[in-house]
Each structure stands twice: as structure tokens, then as C-alpha cells.
Design a protein. Structure first.
Length: 344
């Protein structure tokens, strides 16, 4: 049991607020860049029923005096499978990695979004989950200017934030989960000047842990002009991830259409959110009339295409990159592609 206090011990109130941390499920886990390769959806596990009542952890907001105001919060974690150069990714955050929870009280007249302004906190509470739940108590709540919402992060033993990225709320640049249900209906409660609370209904926070962050590939492209076509004739590229750099390889992902943005006949691509596996890259150039301008004896899906032939695992397997099951890349060297334009 951990207690943080902003008030002298002699001034703490006797009442408190339950904060239930509940419904933890197995969590597997991204930030898209130029391209996004999504993993197939996985079936979510049923949420764990609420835990038995346990000894609460106290969070004391007392300052100059104690108050009778109480706030009850229930946090439930949920999971989904989503994926996010060359840089390694990382596996999904797991419930077993949670070492502590960091909580903040947000005081706002409207439902908060984006970067949040903290009214009280942070309060760090050791994780002591019982059947997927943990009870916390906020007490000695001061009057609110608007409504109190609660923001929560899950942290590991290295103090790293395990909360899913891009939740829509952040504090100091770090993602947080926010109470969005319960309370007065949308995850809020108020405390008036007489310390009367607007509701005794628990606030609900649905806290998802970090998804797996797949590896990212860095792909520099060089376009070689022909006598009949130049780089400025290219309107867009089609990019494939394939299983070899030989003729007619198996397409693993794609095609992804990317607008041409060449500078000095060069353009750089990044492919993010990669699942474990072994990959080569294929590129084909097209004009505004969807005519393939690529000169190559190699084809992908029946179309001439240039394939990665440098970088990656060179010299053993130039143009290839492997992603291990822990999302580590086999090489940090970019996969290079040289694309020659055809002649009439």
C-alpha cells in the first residue's frame, strides 16, 4: 500500500474514494510513417471479472485542511493487436510488466483532449493487482474549478510508459488514458466549495497497453534516366515487400502506391509496422497515365520492377532484411534500390 500526501497527516480526512484498477487482459501490441503494414486482427480475450474487495491504496490530496470530498475511479485495461530506418521494433507490453501506475487529476470545464493540464499529481502507486484489479483511494479532494477527470499511465520497473500510443491524451509528451465513462456520465465529477461531490458513481478509465512496435525499413531509391523518360515523368511508385530479389517473387505485402517526390533523381521511403519475417523490396515507376516506366528483366505480379540489391544483410544477402520474433532487425543498413527507366 502506497500513500502520497500533499497535506499534513494531522489534517487528513477520514473519508476516501475507491479507485478500481480492473479488467486486465493479455496485451499484445505503433506509429505509422510513410507506409503502414498492419498485422491481421486477433481475437480479444474476454475481460477478467472485477476483483474481490482488497485493502485500498491511499492517495491524499490534503493541503491546508481535510475535506469530505471523495472520488471513485475504475480503470479497466483492454487489448488489441495492432502494428506499427532500418530500426528494430519491440514486443507488446504485457500486464506482467506493470510495476506501478501513475495517476493525475485533471480539472477542466470541458472534456479534455490533446495535451492535458495537470491539476494534482502525479501520484505513483505500486501495482498490486488481484484478479486483474487494484483498489486506490483519493481523499481530501479540494474544490474543483470545473470537473475532475483522472488520467492514468502504466509504467514498468524502468519507469517506461506502457500505455498505448496515440490515445488522444498526453501529459509532458507521454500518452495517458483518461476517464471517459461513469461519474456524471462521461468520466467526470465535480467538488463544490462546500466539498460536496456531484456524483458518487465511479469514473471509468479504459487503459490499453502499448501495441507491438514493428520494425521499420529505410529504402533509398535512385532513378536512372533513359533517353526517352526522365525522373520528372514519374507520377507515382508502387512498392512491394517480396520474398526474394529474383524474377517473379512472392508478394508478401503491397502494392503500396506512393506519389513521386524526387529530388536529384532520388527519393527515400520508410516502411513501418513490419511483422517478423524476411523481406526484399520491389519498386515500379508509373506516369500519370498509369504506364509502367520501369526497365527491368525482373517482374513482380507480371509488371517490370526494380528489386533491392544492396544494403541490408550484404554481403551475404544484399537487399534483404530479416525481422526476428522480438522485432529486432538483422541489419541497420538501408535497402537500396536502383530503378532504370525504360526506352521506347
Amino acid at each position: 500500500m502506497v500513500m502520497q500526501s500533499l497535506f499534513p497527516p494531522s489534517l487528513r480526512g477520514k473519508r476516501f474514494i475507491s479507485v478500481l484498477l480492473g479488467g486486465l487482459t493479455g496485451l499484445i501490441s505503433c506509429q505509422p510513417l510513410s507506409l503502414q503494414v498492419m498485422a491481421p486482427p486477433r481475437t480479444l480475450q474476454a475481460e477478467t471479472p472485477f476483483a474481490p474487495i482488497q485493502t485500498p491504496t491511499l492517495i491524499d490530496l490534503g493541503k491546508a485542511h481535510s475535506t469530505p470530498a471523495q472520488l471513485q475511479l475504475r480503470i479497466q485495461t483492454r487489448s488489441a493487436w495492432r502494428l506499427l530506418a532500418n530500426s528494430s521494433g519491440s514486443p507488446a507490453a504485457l500486464v506482467s510488466e506493470i510495476d506501478q501506475f501513475r495517476l493525475y487529476l485533471i480539472d477542466s470545464t470541458t472534456p479534455p483532449s490533446g495535451a492535458l493540464t495537470v491539476a494534482h499529481g502525479p501520484f505513483d502507486v505500486n501495482a498490486a493487482l488481484l484478479a486483474g484489479e487494484q483498489t486506490l483511494v483519493f481523499r481530501n479532494l479540494p474544490p474543483s474549478q470545473g470537473d475532475y477527470y483522472v488520467a492514468v499511465q502504466a509504467l514498468n520497473s524502468a519507469n517506461q510508459n506502457l500505455t498505448r500510443l496515440n490515445t488522444g491524451w498526453s501529459i509532458n509528451g507521454e500518452s495517458v488514458a483518461l476517464s471517459t465513462q461513469g461519474g456524471e456520465g462521461t468520466g467526470q465529477m465535480a467538488v463544490n466549495a462546500n466539498y460536496t461531490v456531484s456524483t458518487t458513481t465511479a469514473l471509468d478509465v479504459f487503459l490499453n497497453l502499448r501495441d507491438a512496435e514493428g520494425a521499420r525499413l529505410d529504402i533509398p531509391l535512385t532513378v536512372i534516366d533513359s533517353a526517352d523518360f526522365q525522373a520528372n515523368d514519374i507520377a507515382y511508385f508502387q512498392l512491394y515487400l517480396v520474398d526474394s530479389n529474383q524474377d517473379n517473387p512472392t508478394v508478401l505485402s503491397g502494392p503500396f502506391q506512393i506519389n513521386a517526390a524526387l529530388s536529384n533523381n532520388q527519393q527515400r521511403f520508410q516502411v513501418s509496422h513490419l511483422l517478423p519475417g524476411a523481406y526484399y523490396v520491389a519498386l515500379a515507376a508509373y506516369d500519370a497515365q498509369a504506364q509502367n516506366l520501369t526497365s527491368s528483366l525482373l517482374t513482380v505480379s507480371g509488371e517490370p520492377a526494380a528489386l533491392s540489391s544492396g544494403g541490408g544483410e550484404a554481403p551475404v544477402a544484399p537487399g534483404k532484411i530479416s525481422i526476428a520474433t522480438d522485432y529486432a532487425v538483422s541489419s541497420t543498413d538501408a535497402l537500396s534500390v536502383a530503378l532504370t527507366l525504360k526506352s521506347l
